[in-house]
Write a new protein. Sequence first.
Length: 390
Amino acid sequence: MIEAWWLLLLVPAVGTLGWFMGRRASERRGGARLSRLSATYFRGLNYLLNEQQDKAIEVFLQIAERDRETLETQFTLGTLFRRRGEVDRAIRLHQSVISRPGLSDEQKTRAILALGEDYMRAGLLDRAETLFTDLVKLGAAAPQALRHLMSIYQAERDWQQAIDHARRYEQATGEPMGRLIAQFECELAEKARLQNDLAAAREHLGRANAADANSVRAALLEGQLELAAGNDLAAIRAYERAARQDIEFLPEVLAPLLAAYDRAGDPSRARSFLLEMVERYPGVSPALALCRRLEQEAGPKAALDFLRNHLRERPSIRGEAALIELALRTEGEDPRGLLLTLREINEQLIVRSPGYRCQGCGFGARAHHWQCPSCKQWATIKPLPHVAVE
């Protein structure tokens, strides 16, 4: 189904078209012609605004038949056909526009771009590629054509072509493309790694880092490569860099990184890194990892004290479960003290948890709202039975 929003985008173009045709009609045949076209135009516009696309197309087809020289009508119809999925009609229409004699360079370029978009929508990527490549060679509409070519090469997984055209797009527009190029280089690195060509994989990762110095994916891939090659210190550096570049990827690196620390025999570096992550990462994973190391190195009592203090400041269900397990392994632990700690943690969890949630968008709230502050729907926020207000 066609979304209503894009129909509104057609209104200014159709309005301009109606004014233009009305003016041409007035100049050619006088008031009767103007009145007839204006009435037809406003009827089509009314259909558009009321989302009656079939009737709108019929009206604009009538306008196109009456004034075949008006290109704006043809382009509007082509957009309508493509968005409705009638790609064959859009292709035929744009092909007929291109074959018209006397088109300006701008008009012909616009028609070729539209035809290329039709081919893309139809899945005829080779034909679309040919059209966009020709436009780039001619220097016409290069940014739009280059962006379409990038989409085609991504769909075809031709990463080197995608890289080349991303660089050309960056040169043409000044828009930075480093982050996208880094992803393409990582795709090539993955391919080389699967083929056991580690030298080529490292080369692509070097180019990925050059394109985007903060590429988390490149750092993760580098860590995997170095682990596979038995280079634990290099893997540690790569994984630490990945976590610092984007803290949300910490769970992805934590297990292989801790194993690399152990093989490298560097517990102090492991503790230092985990302490840094405990401060920065909102979840409990690094705290639990540090707790396990403290238990091994200093005993369960030291680990229990650390985890108890951590959970008082940043309570979590997983942390609470770990605290109970650790307390059961700790000799001489006071059950009453543990229960008091658990009560304190649970009270904080209840206070921090939303008591209400929007059924429409998922917005969580601690107080009830009849209108959701996020999605603005009415009567969609309801109490959560496991928390609540009971």
